[in-house]
Design a protein around this ligand. Structure first.
Ligand code: NI
Length: 257
């Protein structure tokens, strides 16, 4: 199974990162995409990808950190993207729930990082929280559909999912589909065709049931796959195979390392 979105550079893994990543392999995790949130964590993502054969990196600045961007940011990301095993620009987007950066600043750097992704021909990993219509507007105006990507930890409605799919973007689902009150994520899961679905942890956040609230890790992807197999009425092994193939295809991952 593939964890299409993780943050193993997070300090919550400082004490046992090596052990957790070893355990991932023992639990059947074949690939992990470690997403950057700012320049520092993008660099750490690359370091993890260099150290662990099954870890890949995405580089980018999260909307929370958009206010830290400056004249050098795009050039720095461009430089970092040349490292081996950088497979995407992300995570990038808008977050109107926390508004840690001013919205105009978030929009500016989302657009500029899309332009970078198009320049590099890399897919994008999108963070969208309570910002659906602006996200879609910018994706259209910046022609982000030319590189495609994934709406990670998708939190929109079925109608939003339809628009996302029409633009050719995949939908990433994680722990939220397993929550007991998860009406909307399950509706989205019912609606999205399997071949457009990625699974993810967003660890250390978003641990699925029955571990909700604890530190998440890629071994818990199995609970998300169990939910997918239940809702879609297919074998677990098939849910695993299809979602893995989707991630391999989107991020052009290699087999067998
Ligand atoms: Ni994330």
């Amino acid at each position: 199974m593939i964890d299409s979105h993780a943050h193993y550079d997070d300090e919550r893994f400082d004490k046992d990162r090596d052990q957790v990543l070893k355990d991932c392999i023992a639990h059947g995790v074949t690939h992990i995409i470690n997403a950057g949130s700012n320049i520092e964590s993008s660099k750490k993502s690359i370091e993890l990808a260099e150290k662990y054969p099954f870890v890949y990196a995405a580089v980018g600045v999260h909307p929370h950190d958009a206010k830290e961007c400056d004249i050098n940011t795009i050039e720095t990301l461009k430089f970092l993207s040349k490292a081996n095993k950088v497979v995407a620009i992300g995570e990038i987007g808008l977050d109107y729930h926390y508004d840690f950066s001013p919205r105009d600043t978030q929009k500016e750097w989302f657009a500029r990082q899309i332009a970078l992704a198009r320049d590099l021909k890399l897919p994008i990993i999108i963070h969208d929280r309570e910002s659906h219509s602006d996200i879609l507007d910018i994706i259209k105006s910046e022609k982000a559909y030319e590189v495609g990507g994934v709406f990670h930890c998708f939190s929109g409605s079925k109608e939003m999912a339809r628009e996302v799919l029409n633009l050719g973007f995949r939908i990433g689902l994680g722990g939220a589909v397993t929550f007991k009150n998860a009406r909307r994520p399950v509706e989205v899961l019912e609606y999205v065709p399997l071949d457009m679905l990625l699974v993810e942890t967003d660890c250390p956040y978003m641990a699925p049931e029955p571990h909700r609230g604890k530190r998440n890790w890629s071994g818990y992807i199995k609970y998300v796959l169990e939910k997918i197999s239940e809702v879609k009425g297919i074998d677990y092994a098939l849910a695993e195979e299809i979602t893995s193939n989707n991630a391999i295809h989107l991020f052009k991952l290699q087999f067998g390392n």
